[in-house]
Write a protein that binds this ligand. Structure first.
Ligand SMILES: Cc1cc2nc3c(=O)[nH]c(=O)nc-3n(C[C@H](O)[C@H](O)[C@H](O)COP(=O)(O)O)c2cc1C
Length: 155
């Protein structure tokens, strides 16, 4: 059954930002989706191996930051390095902004901050279910989509 998740691809790329008050971090994710109109809710599947998982577990908050095509290089950095030992905002040259609940990415076309209302163990990932508490829309931009491996395209 390995690799069948690729049947659902391409998937939109986002940057998930989170903080525990000491460390601020940003990680690339493709397994992210809307869950409810009212209240507005979103889900993201994050492996327990990620530093981001630790930060969300502690703070019960995360932000979904949209990624545009020109942010592809930054998405690759944030999706291949861990914030355990690196400040990825600095490394990727991303603008860190203070949101209502957590840190957000100022370069993103839009940022959605969510408070975690539930977390569901799903095999080797945890599905964080978040209710949106604040949304910033900065500009219109095409999204960056992941087709698997090192293939990306804007749509
Ligand atoms: C395009 C792309 C999509 C990714 N999607 C996810 C995802 O949805 N969930 C996840 O746990 N990891 C995903 N990853 C892997 C993490 O971004 C990667 O392991 C990252 O280094 C974790 O950073 P952290 O340790 O600072 O949290 C993705 C990586 C890439 C390049």
């Amino acid at each position: 059954m390995e690799g069948y998740y690729h049947l659902l691809y391409p998937m939109r790329v986002v940057l998930i930002s989170a903080s525990d008050g000491k460390s601020d971090n940003v990680m690339t994710a493709a397994w992210c989706m809307p869950l409810s109109f009212d209240p507005p809710m979103f889900g993201v599947a994050i492996s327990k191996k990620r530093f981001t998982w630790q930060l969300i577990e502690k703070s019960r908050a995360f932000a979904i930051n949209l990624v545009s095509a020109e942010m592809k290089g930054q998405a690759i950095i944030c999706g291949t390095k861990s914030g355990k030992d690196t400040d990825k905002f600095k490394l990727a040259g991303l603008k860190k902004e203070k949101g209502k609940l957590t840190v957000i990415v100022g370069d993103a076309p839009a940022s959605i901050e969510c408070k975690v209302v539930e977390s569901v163990e799903a095999g080797d990932h945890v599905l964080f279910v978040g209710e949106a508490v604040s949304v910033v829309e900065r500009r219109k931009a095409k999204g960056l989509y992941h087709f698997g491996g090192s293939t990306f395209s804007e749509i």
